[in-house]
Design a binder for this molecule. Structure first.
Ligand SMILES: Nc1ncnc2c1ncn2[C@@H]1O[C@H](COP(=O)(O)OP(=O)(O)OP(=O)(O)O)[C@@H](O)[C@H]1O
Length: 698
């Protein structure tokens, strides 16, 4: 088995034939034939119609955040050269470009791909102090009359990456990088978001024209702030990264400014590092620099280099795009009085996994970063596979508050951009292209036995095929449980298959170096089974994961969606999501069951299988809103500590172990003695760290 080379994010797969000649269809068995989730192979012929050379006028070069080409762009010889190159590029590509689509055709196509786009035009201008009162009255009136300013939008979809060149004059290097990374067909979210973000102004212009000619003539047309909800693994990174790089390439031609202009925030170091890597691949040879913010970096002080600032000896970070967790960025910002200039230059803020970044856990840090950015033309992007309506409300309120604050401190009123919501598929649902299974294991012991059986090499399903295949992820509720499960399963992989080196554990108590090391080993395919917590549930892309096992049931619907979304990436079929539940979960598991049923319905009757029968759905109790909140916050109580004591009886209930306490004590003593004899200094940590653990003699 060479399964795990496929965990790398490379799209270049070698063709392999199996010795038996039968092709087993799993996410790691090759690239997805079509990265789209809906309307497979049923693309409109409109998309394939070719445009006659020179018969269409090409849309002017537009960018999402308003950094579009200006007259200055043509200054200098190099710039002229670029323009000429792109012009010739344009002519070459024009012959293959699809014809412009009518609104009706766009509407049909977006509908078939289950894409819904809504434009909210609230107040474009934040009120100055004077106008505030007037505005409050107006707002009240409009909310009373129920005049929701929501309009559906139907931008012409970008069906494949080749059509970007003639439509938007993307830089040659960016186009080449997209191609070299193996991307050709766009996924649903890319299909809509690229069109919106690269072409916002042109589209809004057309929209307004048809609705209100007069208004269109008087109002300046603005770019938009975008909130995008699209399934896990549907390529959201590319959907925000391509327009961002394009905007910065254009801005670079017209400005001499150097220094960060965009910030991408992600909740974990692993995700931030992955986004930075993806970005760098796309930005190769475009002169756009992307940096993953790490400890010790800072944004640069406004004061002179000799000023008595703690960071005076550290050069400011050199980058156009910063990718960071909120905490790391707050550190890099340092005292915002001294970094105010750098912060005022940031024109784009993207929140990846926006719902978690705006959840109480990260909210203060995220808002601190957002509110510190003082550019009046800051444009925003919010991306996730799940987004509660409370998050959308928070986003809208924060945009408004910030604009009002800025309007009061600056004399010119701040324009609030139109707000667009893009939803792909059923909101907050799990990917439909995988097989979801819910398994009752009664007790903690039952769960461990069931998992052991699953891992056993001879274990097969009704089709005589293994139920899960490596590589896969196992999620637990807490770090302690991840560590405990790891030590339980350590010897379950036969030596001839690589033994203990094939299984590892990753959680936030490990050092950064250890976390990087485990990630690298898993991506390289050295580790086949990775036990982890919700740390890895968000955003992390291991392309060839065949299965996700929820050893401990997730504590919210969103957690389920994101955990299981680590398989079935970019439309790949054959992934399995398996969730165990015990008596402790019965009161709350209906949330997961409902998500599974909804995802299977989305796929249609002919789609994947689900073991959830109607009688089970009817029998499971519906948790109250309060119960759900409590569960999300604390998880299942008996799993919270390593001892897993039942709060009523005080007896251990949820400990991960098949052995009695006495046997474990003897074993631990023996392990400790062996470890100490090998390396006396490290013996204290031996059982805690998967990375320092070298295995014991039997
Ligand atoms: N158009 C495409 N064609 C083929 N593969 C693609 C395409 N776009 C993205 N991918 C691949 O799909 C995988 C998932 O992409 P990405 O990580 O951006 O998903 P995501 O929507 O951000 O997922 P999540 O919600 O889990 O964060 C990546 O391996 C990426 O390289």
């Amino acid at each position: 088995m060479d399964p795990l080379r496929l965990l790398t994010r490379s799209t270049k797969f070698a063709k392999k034939s199996t010795s038996t000649g039968t092709q087993i269809h799993t996410p790691s068995s090759g690239p997805a034939s079509n990265p789209q989730l809906f309307d497979h192979g049923n693309e409109s012929s409109i998309l394939n119609r070719k445009r006659k050379r020179g018969s269409e006028t090409v849309a002017p070069s537009l960018d999402f955040f308003g950094g579009g080409a200006s007259a200055k762009e043509k200054d200098g010889q190099q710039k002229e050269q670029d323009a000429l190159e792109e012009q010739s590029n344009l002519h070459q590509e024009q012959a293959a470009a699809p014809v412009a689509m009518s609104t009706e055709e766009s509407k049909q196509l977006l509908g078939r791909h289950k894409i819904k786009i809504t434009l909210f035009r609230n107040q474009d201008e934040a009120p100055t102090k004077k106008k505030k009162k007037e505005k409050a009255v107006k707002d009240k009136k409009s909310s009373q009359s129920g005049s929701a300013q929501a309009t559906p939008l139907y931008p012409a979809p970008v069906s494949d990456f080749n059509s970007l060149a003639p439509r938007y004059r993307l830089s040659k290097a960016l186009l080449r990088n997209i191609k070299d990374n193996g991307y050709s067909t766009t996924t649903e979210v890319q299909l809509a978001a690229l069109s919106l973000l690269l072409d916002t102004r042109a589209h809004l212009l057309a929209q307004e024209q048809s609705q209100d000619q007069k208004q269109q003539q008087q109002e300046p047309v603005l770019d938009v702030d975008l909130l995008s909800i699209a399934p896990t693994g549907s390529g959201k990174t590319l959907a925000f990264m391509i327009p961002l790089i394009h905007a910065l390439v254009l801005a670079r031609r017209s400005q001499t400014h150097s220094g960060p202009q965009a910030i991408i925030l992600a909740p974990t170091k692993e995700l931030a590092s992955q986004i930075a890597n993806e970005g760098r691949k796309l930005a190769l040879n475009t002169a756009i620099r992307i940096t993953n913010v790490r400890k010790g970096m800072h944004l640069g002080s406004d004061s002179s280099p000799d000023a008595d600032a703690p960071e005076k000896d550290v050069p400011p970070v050199k980058a156009d795009i910063l990718v960071s967790t909120p905490a790391a960025l707050k550190n890099a910002m340092g005292d915002t009085n001294t970094t105010s200039h750098a912060l005022s230059q940031i024109r784009f803020l993207v929140l990846d996994e926006a719902d978690v970044l705006l959840d109480p856990l990260f909210r203060d840090q995220t808002l601190a970063v957002w509110n510190a950015l003082s550019s009046p033309s800051l444009r925003l992007g919010f991306w996730s596979a799940t987004m509660g309506s409370n998050i959308e409300e928070l986003v809208k309120a924060t945009i408004k508050d910030r604009a009002e604050r800025l309007s009061e401190t600056t004399s010119t009123p701040v324009q609030i951009a139109p707000f667009v919501r893009l939803v792909v598929g059923l909101k907050d649902s799990a990917v439909p292209n995988i097989d979801h299974r819910l398994i009752y294991a009664a007790t903690e012991q039952g769960k461990l036995m069931a998992l052991r059986q699953l891992l056993h090499p001879t274990s097969t399903g009704v089709d005589k095929q293994p139920i899960v295949r490596a590589p896969f992820l196992i999620f637990t509720q807490t770090i302690e449980r991840a560590v405990a499960l790891h030590s339980e399963l350590l010897y379950d992989i036969p030596a001839e298959a690589g033994g203990i080196s094939r299984i590892s554990v990753l959680h936030s108590d490990l050092s950064d170096t250890a976390r990087d090391h485990v990630m690298t080993r898993f991506r390289k395919g050295e580790v086949w089974i990775l036990i982890t917590t919700d740390l890895l549930s968000r955003g992390v892309d291991f392309r060839g994961i065949n299965a996700v096992i929820n050893y401990d049931a997730p504590t919210s619907a969103a957690a389920y969606v994101h955990r299981v979304g680590r398989t079935g990436r970019a439309g790949r079929e054959g992934g399995v999501a398996l969730t165990y539940y015990t008596d402790d979960d019965v009161a709350s598991i209906k949330t997961v069951a409902n998500i599974i049923v909804a995802s299977q319905k989305q796929k249609g009757a002919a789609g994947g299988t689900t073991n959830i029968q109607q009688w089970l759905l009817d029998a499971l109790p519906t948790p109250s809103k309060r119960d759900k909140q409590q569960l999300k916050k604390r998880g299942i109580e008996t799993r919270r500590s390593a001892s897993g004591k039942d709060s009523k009886t005080g007896k251990p209930k949820a400990r991960i172990s098949t052995k009695s306490g006495y046997i474990r004590k003897l074993e631990n003593n023996r392990k400790g003695a062996v470890a100490a004899s090998r390396n006396p200094q490290e013996s204290g940590n031996a059982s805690d760290s998967a990375e320092s653990f070298g295995g014991f003699e039997e």
